[in-house]
Ligand binder design. Structure first.
Ligand code: UDP
Ligand code: MG
Length: 340
């Protein structure tokens, strides 16, 4: 399925590339591709879609191969295993050749119908056009609340300003993509990296839909780790918190100790200070453990970066092919057989 390199070189880069990370999306991919290709045809520019199969355990890869056999706009990057969405997106950006690149989820939570608006803003000269959601249908109250708290925290302590209610769904000009691809850190908090590169940015509002099929692969433990990643890769503030926590505790201990010594000298010590002793020991123990934990979080990240491993491994790359003359948009019915 690999095209010859010469053939690839001769082929002109498309104007628009769409990068889609795919992890266990077999059920919804046909519907996704149908909607995407309809929208892209209506825009009327040359385009390609780079599907990154992130080690799916279901029929996703077979479905993608079926799509590519029929639609020359499809490219497939098959990663050697599951690397996570952040790295899958990076792999897609590495392989996308368009003058502008759109990143979109495969689960139809990001409606492809917004893409023309993104492209319009890009035509007006904006380098980064991010889709900002108006409402979050089908997401629990708790998820919304935690997401909200996280954005607020990042805005307060991070050096980068993350736009609120914004996911990875966005369009980037070639120079933004190239800038982004120069950041090769292992711990990729993409929302932070998008904000870090800067360039003229603008929001386009849209309504986020519930998942079309399948289940979200995110859970609270993953979200918590995601937040930790965001904080530790963009600010050393928690390290400072540890320092100040230590300082305040030490100061408190000096005052408290002085007061005890003074009281003992003046009035003697009728009751042994077991409760205060325990309180102080426990508190200090806790403060030390927290501080060590914070240092450990950063140290672990330094460790991971120093190994200098590649971000991902590609099992197979099948590029998009030169487009034949205009044709009708993708037909779902003809592909229904690929799904079991
Ligand atoms: N995804 C991925 N690798 C993963 C997990 C998810 O490529 O390890 C893809 C998934 O196929 C989808 C997108 O990332 O296209 C968003 O995933 P999901 O819908 O599970 O996340 P949520 O919308 O709940 O944030
Ligand atoms: Mg989703």
């Amino acid at each position: 399925m690999q095209d010859r390199p010469q053939a690839r070189l001769q082929q002109a880069a498309p104007t628009l590339s769409v990068v889609v990370p795919v992890y266990d999306e077999g059920e919804g991919l046909l519907a996704f591709h149908a909607r995407l290709s309809r929208v892209m045809h209506d825009i009327g520019e040359s385009w390609e879609v780079v599907y990154v199969n992130d080690g799916s355990r279901d029929s996703s890869l077979a479905v993608l191969e079926g799509l590519r056999a029929d639609d020359p706009a499809c490219a497939i990057v098959n990663l050697s295993r599951n690397f996570g969405k952040e790295i899958a997106m990076t792999a897609g950006l590495d392989h996308a050749r368009g003058a502008a690149v759109v990143i979109i989820d495969a689960d139809l939570q990001d409606p492809p119908e917004v893409i023309p608006d993104l492209v319009a803003a890009w035509r007006e000269g904006w380098d980064m056009v991010y889709a900002q959601r108006r409402v979050r249908e089908g997401e629990s109250w708790a998820k919304r609340a935690t997401a909200d708290a996280f954005y607020r925290l990042m805005q307060r302590i991070g050096r980068v300003r993350l736009p609120r209610n914004t996911g990875d769904f966005r369009l980037m000009s070639r120079r933004v993509v190239d800038a982004l691809l120069r950041l090769r850190e292992q711990h990729r908090f993409m929302k932070g990296l998008f904000a870090w590169v800067g360039f003229p940015s603008i929001a386009v509002a849209y309504d986020r839909a519930p998942r079309y099929a399948g289940r979200t692969s995110f859970n609270y433990w993953k979200l918590w780790n995601f937040a930790l990643e965001g904080i530790t890769s963009f600010t050393v503030m928690p390290l400072k918190v540890a320092t100040y926590l230590g300082l305040v505790t030490a100061l408190f201990a000096v005052v408290f100790g002085g007061q005890i010594v003074l009281r003992t000298l003046l009035f003697g010590n009728p009751v042994p200070g077991y409760p205060s002793l325990m309180a102080v020991v426990l508190f200090l123990g806790g403060a030390q453990l927290v501080t060590l934990g914070i240092v450990g979080e950063y140290l672990g990240r330094v460790f991971n970066e120093t190994k200098g491993r590649p971000l991902y491994l590609v099992e197979r790359f099948a590029p998009s092919r030169p487009l034949p003359p205009p044709r009708a948009s993708f037909d779902v019915e003809r592909h229904a057989h690929v799904q079991q």
